[in-house]
Design a protein around this ligand. Sequence first.
Ligand code: SAM
Length: 228
Amino acid sequence: MEEILSGALYVVATPIGNLSDMTYRAQYVLDNVDLIAAEDTRTSGVLLRHYDVKTQLRSYHSYNLKTETPKLVKLLKQGKSIALISDAGTPGISDPGYQLVQACIEQEIKVIPIPGASALTAALPVSGLPINRFVFEGFLPQKKGRKTRLEWLSQEDRTVVFYESPHRIERTVNDLIKFFGDRKCVMARELTKKFEEIFRGNLSDLKTRLEVKKIKGEIVLLIAAKSL
Ligand code: SAM
C-alpha cells in the first residue's frame, strides 16, 4: 500500500454500522499514521480494536475543536501524520472536520481523502428518487431558523435529504407535511445494520407508520422534489 506522508492530514471514512464496510485503505492508514483524532475516543476505541489498530487516539470533538485545532495543526507542522475520523461515516458530514481541514488548507498542509461509508451516500441510491441532483440539509434547526429553512426547501426542485433522530422524526414529518404538502418520501433507517428499513411512500403514509409503532435507530429522510 502507499507510503504514509509525514505532515499530512488523512480524512478517513469509517463504517456506519456494518463493520465489514471498512475499506482496506482506511484500515491501513489508521494503522500507520502517527495519531488518530477521533470524535469520541471510546466509540472509536471499540472500532479500532475490531481492526486491531493500535495507533494513539486523541479527542477531536465539537466541544474542544477551538482548542484542539491549533494543537493538531502544530503537530502536523512538526511532521506528524494524522488521521481524522468521526464516530461513524465520513468526517465533516454533520460531524466535526471542517475547521481542521480549513486550518490545514490555510497552513498549506496536505489534506488527503480516504473515502468510504456515509449515511448520505448509502441512502440516496436505494431511495428510488432522482439523485442526479439533490440537496443535503443535514439536521434541521430545532428552534431558530427552522421555519425559514422549511419554507426555502419546500420550493426546491431537487431531492432534499435530512438527517434526523428517532426522538424528533414525528415532529419533523408533521412540519414537512405542513410546509411541503403530502410529497413522496423515503425513510432510510439503521442502514447496513440488523434492523435496516427502507420505507417508501408519501409523507402521510410515513406519519401513519410512525403512529403505529415508535421507531428507534438512525434515520436519513429523503423528500421528493416539488416537481416530481
Ligand atoms: N458523518 C456521518 C455520515 O457520514 O453519515 C453522519 C454523522 S451524524 C452525527 C449522525 C446522523 O447520520 C444520524 O443521526 C442519522 O441521521 C445519520 N446516520 C448515521 N448512520 C446511519 C445509519 N446507519 N442509517 C441511517 N442513518 C444514519
